[in-house]
Ligand binder design. Structure first.
Ligand SMILES: [Zn+2]
Length: 160
């Protein structure tokens, strides 16, 4: 594993998989990552990304464009909720990648706990296409948690 420091972002590279942690903002030159990833399909995990701003999104687009231009398909795993909202705001960005799973803000109606569990896209594909978030078990009391935000903020990209 190679660890890169790009501004306020830390990137772990394992083969064709990049795990991003930290902030995607004006401190990051994400395009630099293209040359660090092997040719062929690429997977990007943003589970530990905590912040994305508009400049960060420009960097994100640079990364996606660079990877696609050389023929890589891009799978996103455990997309951070902050990035997921951006991808839903700019639908074109979501069409350039395959979203395998993503984090979303959930609340438990039984105990009031809040959490950001991972939603598996394949497992819940029909629900997601219908713009409905699956209920997921509460980490505190195991009751069924509901999405704690407007579904379109997370699910627009799955519209059939
Ligand atoms: Zn609960």
């Amino acid at each position: 594993m190679t660890t890169l420091r790009l501004g306020r972002l830390e990137v772990d590279l394992v083969g064709a998989r990049a795990v991003l942690a930290g902030r995607i903002d004006d401190s990051v030159s994400l395009g630099d990552l293209v040359a660090q990833l092997p040719v062929g399909p690429v997977t990007i995990d943003t589970s530990a990304v905590t912040f994305v701003n508009s400049i960060g999104m420009r960097e994100w687009m640079r990364l996606v464009r660079g990877l696609r231009e050389r023929g890589s398909t891009i799978t996103l795993e455990r997309v951070a909720d902050v990035l997921m909202m951006q991808l839903n705001m700019f639908g074109d960005l979501a069409r350039q990648v395959t979203i395998a799973s993503f984090h979303a803000q959930y609340v438990c109606p039984a105990c009031g706990a809040e959490a950001a569990p991972v939603v598996d896209v394949q497992q819940y594909a029909p629900l997601l296409r219908a713009q409905k978030a699956p209920q997921l078990p509460c980490p505190e009391c195991r009751a069924a948690m509901d999405l704690g935000d407007f579904p379109e903020r997370y699910l627009s990209v799955f519209k059939g």
